[in-house]
Design a protein around this ligand. Structure first.
Ligand SMILES: CC(C)(COP(=O)(O)OP(=O)(O)OC[C@H]1O[C@@H](n2cnc3c(N)ncnc32)[C@H](O)[C@@H]1OP(=O)(O)O)[C@@H](O)C(=O)NCCC(=O)NCCS
Length: 160
């Protein structure tokens, strides 16, 4: 299933972090959503449930999102993001975070985030890429760094 990742991200091996997140058996949870065509995985997104206090699980980190190159720009990425946000809304999530291109995530309503910080300081050129969306009718998470499960606690995942 993880063969999608080297195709979508040829410069970065995301398979270890995705595999570790899918195997988590801790207090944290992940939401994994996938699109298949002829039993081949063609699009996948993970949301890691998190918060700004260790006991808080009212936030989620969207990452990674990947679509196999032959199927990009057909709305698959957007459908997974929207389906994920709807599922998280139904389960009580208040705010969703992402590190990505504002030109892409802005279309879903993500905006630059500064009160809640990623676990490692971002390089200057990536600062505008840290974004969040508040789920309608919910309240913002307390400010501070996000507590994320161990697979995310690798500084290499948070720099170019
Ligand atoms: C980025 C990605 C997830 C988008 O998924 P997708 O299914 O191809 O995109 P959608 O069909 O939902 O949306 C297409 C629109 O997004 C835009 N878009 C696609 N990739 C983009 C990117 N990396 N940055 C900004 N905009 C992007 C396109 O311009 C397109 O807009 P248009 O149709 O108005 O021209 C997918 O292209 C991908 O896997 N890319 C490689 C991995 C990657 O960069 N992931 C990003 C994680 S932050």
């Amino acid at each position: 299933m993880l063969q999608l990742y080297p195709k979508a991200f040829p410069d970065e091996d995301l398979r270890p972090v995705v595999a570790a997140l899918l195997e988590l058996e801790t207090d944290f949870d992940v939401l994994s959503m996938a699109t298949f065509e002829d039993s081949e995985l063609i699009a996948h997104v993970l949301f890691t449930i998190c918060g700004t206090r260790e006991v808080d699980k009212s936030g989620a980190l969207l990452a990674p999102l990947g679509v196999t190159p032959s199927h990009q720009r057909r709305g698959l990425g957007a459908s997974l993001v929207r389906a994920g946000l709807e599922t998280l809304e139904a389960s009580g999530t208040r705010q969703v975070f992402v590190l990505g291109d504002p030109a892409y995530y802005g279309r879903f309503g993500f905006r630059t985030e500064s009160a809640v910080r990623p676990p490692y300081a971002l390089p200057e050129q990536w600062e505008g890429a840290w974004q969040s969306i508040l789920i309608s009718g919910r309240t913002l998470l307390d400010e501070g760094p996000l507590f994320l499960p161990e697979p995310w606690m690798d500084p290499a995942l948070w720099r170019p």
